[in-house]
Ligand binder design. Structure first.
Ligand code: SF4
Ligand code: SF4
Length: 253
């Protein structure tokens, strides 16, 4: 009962913050141990770093809160627009890039506020401004919020490897907070992608991910080549939101 009450308090706090900024989102909680077990070894080490001397106590009875904020619909619709001659409308695509930065900042502030108020350790939305030569350089810099989100029940892992939320599609971004406060844990959601392949049709790297050595590196290089105002692409997000079997069901503000 206490766990549920604590979760309700965290949820109300988060929803209040979302109302203040005028965005939609969701919150869930994962069992610390399950997240730790599923992280790649280099990220297990990073999680230990975040926890410091409290690591073993978190491993025994800790939780990780996952918060997500959804992109506004107009930003998703700005992805990959083309002029009549086929060239990219970069100014429009940059509207999505700006939202990426904006949402990351909101997530970082709110995760710190939750950590301060309830007692916890915030894990920022992303790591930026680092010289990266290969996508694998990113792996040890933080922990996978997607693994936290899946274990918190915020969505299933889609064919585009993003977490698909039943309301917002994968048009969401995450931050996490490591907690010792007793909290009720979410349950994993079974994949519902079924026969849908909209994201695979939107991206040759995703479509061929089983044949490529590491499709994430192809993705990173494509993003670098785009030279937008953030390191983003988002075509696979737009495809899921607009063209998937759930496109009538998904809703963004
Ligand atoms: S972000 Fe772009 S390049 Fe990367 S997987 Fe998605 S659609 Fe493909
Ligand atoms: S576009 Fe379809 S296959 Fe891809 S993640 Fe979304 S629902 Fe799954």
């Amino acid at each position: 009962m206490k766990r549920l009450q604590n979760f309700q308090k965290v949820k109300s706090f988060f929803l209040q913050k979302l109302a203040e900024i005028g965005y939609d989102g969701a919150v869930g909680v994962a069992e610390f141990r399950k997240v730790y077990d599923e992280l790649m070894p280099i990220q297990k080490d990073k999680l230990m770093d975040f926890c410091g001397g409290e690591f073993h106590s978190f491993l025994k009875d800790g939780s990780i809160i996952c918060i997500c904020i959804a992109y506004p619909e107009y930003a998703i619709d700005c992805i990959n627009l083309r002029f009549e001659d086929g060239t990219i409308d970069k100014d429009s695509w940059n509207i999505y890039a700006k939202e990426y930065h904006k949402i990351n900042k909101f997530l970082d502030v709110i995760s710190e506020e939750i950590a301060d108020f309830f007692g916890g350790i915030p894990v920022p939305a992303t790591v930026e401004g680092i010289d990266v030569r290969n996508v694998e350089d990113y792996y040890g810099m933080t922990i996978s919020h997607r693994v936290v989100a899946e274990n918190a029940g915020l969505g299933w892992r889609g064919k585009n490897e993003l977490v698909v939320n039943e309301k917002f599609s994968c048009a969401i971004r995450f931050a996490s907070i490591i907690m010792s406060l007793p909290l009720i844990h979410g349950r994993r959601v079974e994949s519902s992608c079924g026969e849908c392949e909209a994201c695979l049709e939107a991206c040759p790297f995703l479509k061929n991910k089983d044949k490529l050595e590491n499709y994430r590196e192809n993705c990173r290089r494509y993003i670098v080549h785009l030279r937008l105002e953030a390191e983003v692409c988002g075509k696979c997000i737009k495809a899921c939101f607009r063209n998937s079997i759930f496109s009538e069901k998904f809703k963004l503000r």
